[in-house]
Design a protein around this ligand. Structure first.
Ligand SMILES: *Cc1c(COP(=O)(O)O)cnc(C)c1O
Length: 388
């Protein structure tokens, strides 16, 4: 490695990272600043690359080869409620209970700004938007996930904590980001039935397609629970499982009155024609059948990847049922040095978690990618960690 080049790159990346707040700079941003870098594997962004391939194929056949792309770009897309009808068909929930978002991030902001009355409970560590978007006059209380419990949520302790703290809103991310910890459906039901007095129970299922409870890897769905629990709000990003973050697509399922309230505030044409096209495809059984094959293939890949990671000395891999792992570096290297070495020497980009609130130690988050890319990540990590 050319050390002058690397010092320069290290400094540039430090600046980029501090400029991106609690999110990581994208590959494009890094390459704009450091064109001398060669990034081969993006294991920072958490998406299923096989699902992106599948959607690209549909897009080609339906819009590009058929000369229909122009219509999608030239005309207004359907309104929120119309897009919701496609989702309704896909998930079998009344469209009046579905709110469509320009990415889940827009929905999280809408929910936090419109429904939280006084106090919200957020687990920690978790996805930063849940505490960053909370209005100034709202009290935040954190339910800490503990290192000695491998950052897994203990349902009984959680319920006791909520009963004592009495927030009007609670938010759980399942599987959780950044550790991938998974709350089983049985435990989730226990939480829901124990906390009926909480006004808003937000569950973010953006990674739920990667989780499994049986050997068939059947998809886990909770949408129908919104009929029994009117306080339940399910938030779902399509960015990670369908590999389409650039499109901006997400939805939430909640009580119909809450959807009405959000729509009174705007959001009329908040998703693009391309996102509307995605949801149309999402509602078609033929596409979902194909997607499910890619989803299971990717879960199998991820399982192999996580097992390989666990065999590397000098790190600890925390339990995950998402498409990534939280990894603690235990050989004395800092997470920043680890991240930057992987990037400069091997062209592999992983997430340095040093800015994550609630993690105590040197942590990185590593996404599972394609089979071939995962092999590259394992090989590079073995070399890097054994060299010390
Ligand atoms: C990435 C992510 C989101 C945001 O998703 P977008 O649909 O891309 O806005 C929401 N929640 C969690 C837990 C995420 O990891």
């Amino acid at each position: 490695m050319n050390s002058e080049l690397s010092i320069d790159v290290v400094n540039k990346i430090k600046t980029l990272k501090s400029d991106s707040g609690t999110h990581s700079p994208s590959i494009d941003t890094i390459l704009n600043e450091c064109p001398e870098l060669k990034i081969g594997v993006d294991a920072c962004f958490l998406s299923n690359p096989y699902a992106t391939d599948l959607f690209m194929k549909c897009l080609h056949e339906d819009l590009i080869d058929n000369n229909k792309l122009r219509d999608v770009l030239e005309f207004y897309p359907p309104q929120n409620r119309e897009v919701a009808k496609y989702i309704s068909k896909a998930i079998n929930v009344d469209y009046k209970k579905i709110f469509v978002g320009n990415g889940a991030i827009e929905i999280i902001q809408g929910i936090l700004h419109n429904f939280v009355a006084k106090k919200i409970c957020i687990i920690s560590p978790t996805f930063s938007s849940y505490y960053e978007f909370v209005k100034d006059d709202i009290e935040i209380v954190y339910f800490p996930l503990l290192k000695e419990e491998e950052y897994l949520l203990d349902p009984k302790k959680y319920v006791d904590f909520i009963k004592k703290e009495k927030p009007d809103t609670i938010a759980i991310i399942n599987p959780n980001n950044p550790n991938g910890g998974y709350l089983k459906q049985e435990d989730f039901l226990y939480i829901l039935s124990s906390l009926r007095e909480v006004t808003n129970v937000i569950i973010d299922e953006s990674f739920i397609h990667f989780a499994y409870e049986d050997i068939e890897l059947s998809q886990i769905t909770s949408e129908e629970l919104t009929d029994t629990y009117s306080n339940l709000i399910i938030v779902k990003s399509m960015s990670k499982d369908f590999g389409i973050a650039g499109l901006r697509a997400g939805y939430a399922v909640m009580n119909a009155d809450k959807v009405d309230k959000l729509l009174k505030n705007g959001y009329l044409w908040n998703v693009s024609g391309l996102t509307n096209y995605f949801f149309k495809v999402y509602s078609e059984k033929e596409f979902i059948d194909k997607y499910d094959i890619e989803r299971k293939k990717y879960i199998m890949n991820t399982l192999m990847f996580l097992n390989e990671l666990k065999n590397i000395p000098g790190i600890k891999v925390y339990p995950s049922r998402a498409n990534f792992a939280l990894v603690e570096i235990e050989n004395g290297m800092t997470s920043f040095d680890f991240t930057i070495s992987l990037l400069i020497k091997y062209g592999i980009y992983v997430r340095d978690c040093s800015d994550k609130i609630g993690l105590d130690g040197q942590f990185v988050r590593i996404a599972s990618r394609s089979f071939e890319e995962n092999l590259l990540i394992i090989k590079a990590m073995k070399e890097l960690l054994c060299e010390k």
